[in-house]
Design a protein around this ligand. Structure first.
Ligand code: KE4
Length: 428
């Protein structure tokens, strides 16, 4: 695979951008080699600076659920751009997308648009603290909620990939208010909550984890958290930045039938543009300025072009619910093909899968939390990543990420992925 153009750009980039990338996990540090610089994308494919065609299973870390350059989203953005790029004042599309989110997401009665998932989670925890008058919040080891200081404690995704799940620069004063528990361990949650009676404002989690690799909630886990939060007056926050609008039109909360008090959103909601959002019960969201005292703001929040992209995306998903069964079917075919390959090769690896999210772990343990996820052989993963890349399949460059299937991945491409998987597993 010719990578000369990407390598030249990467050398240039490293002189003026830390690590040569604008988000750490893109740097390929966990899998070796240099990142590919992408020039364009269409449907299921990325095209890099050297003209290599790559079948995309990251899909921009989730947003491109309809594949790249979807005509309806492109057209909506092109039309919006003609009316200037930003007003810094309310616009009709903000009302339209808020009404659509309220319609699609069971828990959301009111919603505030922001510019990233990080802003959404930071704001949601602040509102929960303002609403309850309490300081602490509980997160789960291996969950990633963006790079806000208080979340970079035992964080997954790029933080664990880079070996900094507890990042320097986060003060002890901040860290003391972040409590931790193991995902899927309801007893430990109860123990931590009982040890901090009346002190915990919120409990935040990825209802289906993507950031330690894909890990699903055990039966009863989500409802158990709901019951604890009801009993203790704790705000239950589902971080659906990844799962929102992906696992169902209403996200994981629709799929599992458990309703949080607040939901954070991102990725798909922007159709590929920088958009995040947080929303939930009116009694809590009315604490947000200027309605209430909890301050949160943003110059480009509700940006008209970004709203046009997000609206086109959400309307397409809401008007075509068959998308979800089609995505689940295609993902199931990929996962079953990989399972067959593992059996044929007598490889005892684990594959976790929910909807159109899945992860192959290089461990024979059942992966149910961060501890079991970390039993994976990251060297073997790195070799597998490179073997798949050399066969034109673009995976997330870290074991501690999930893969995302798009509607552009048709049956012939499923076969191509499964064949490349067999050859790559055999080669490592
Ligand atoms: P952003 O600030 O990156 O838009 O969203 C932060 C975030 C919040 N919550 C969840 C569940 C998330 O997965 C994310 C971001 N996800 C990572 C991928 N694991 C983004 C990719 C990256 O960091 O470059």
């Amino acid at each position: 695979m010719n990578k000369a153009g990407s390598q030249a750009l990467f050398n240039q980039a490293k002189k003026v951008i830390p690590g040569g990338v604008n988000s750490p996990v893109r740097a390929f540090k966990a899998v070796g080699g240099d990142p590919l610089f992408i020039k364009s994308a269409k449907g299921a494919f990325l095209y890099d600076e050297d003209g290599n065609e790559l079948l995309d299973l990251i899909n921009s870390w989730g947003p491109m659920i309809l594949g790249h350059s979807h005509p309806k989203i492109q057209e909506a953005v092109n039309r919006a751009v003609e009316s200037s790029l930003s007003f810094g004042a309310p616009s009709s599309r903000e009302v339209e997308i808020a009404e659509l989110i309220v319609e699609m997401v069971p828990s959301v009665e009111k919603v505030r648009m922001v510019n990233s998932g990080t802003e959404a989670t930071m704001s949601a925890v602040r509102v929960a603290r303002g609403f309850t008058g309490r300081d602490k919040f509980l997160k789960f080891e291996g969950c990633y909620h963006g790079h806000g200081d208080s979340f970079l404690i035992a964080a997954g995704s790029g933080a664990v990939t880079m070996g900094t799940p507890d990042s320097p620069g986060v003060t002890k004063g901040t860290a003391k208010d972040t409590l931790l528990a193991k995902f899927n361990d309801l007893e430990q949650v109860e123990s931590v909550v009982n040890g901090h009676k009346g002190e915990i404002a919120a409990l935040i989690l990825e209802p289906v984890v993507g950031n330690m690799g894909c890990v699903s909630p055990k039966d009863g886990f989500l409802q158990g958290l709901r019951d604890i939060c009801d009993k203790e007056g704790i705000v239950l926050i589902f971080d659906e930045v990844m799962t929102g609008f992906r696992l169902a039109p209403g996200g994981a909360q629709e799929l599992y039938g458990v309703t949080p008090d607040l939901t954070t959103m991102g990725k798909i909601i922007g159709g590929g543009m920088p958009v995040g959002a947080y929303g939930g019960k009116t009694e809590i969201m009315d604490y947000v300025s200027p309605q209430g005292p909890v301050y949160q703001a943003g110059t480009l929040s509700g940006n008209p072009v970004a709203m046009a992209a997000g609206l086109a995306m959400l309307r397409e998903l809401n008007n075509h619910p068959e998308i979800y069964s089609n995505l689940d079917e295609a993902t199931g075919q990929i996962v079953n093909g990989i399972k067959d390959n593992l059996n044929r090769l007598s490889m005892p690896y684990t594959i976790n899968h929910v909807g159109s999210m899945f992860s192959l772990f290089f461990t024979d343990e059942t992966v149910v939390d961060f501890d079991t996820a970390k039993t994976t052989d990251t060297d073997a993963f790195g070799k597998y990543f490179q073997a798949m890349l050399s066969r034109g399949i673009y995976l997330a460059p870290s074991q501690f990420e999930t893969l995302f299937v798009s509607t552009a991945i048709t049956t012939d491409l499923v076969d191509r992925i499964v064949t490349a998987n067999y050859e790559s597993l055999k080669s490592i």
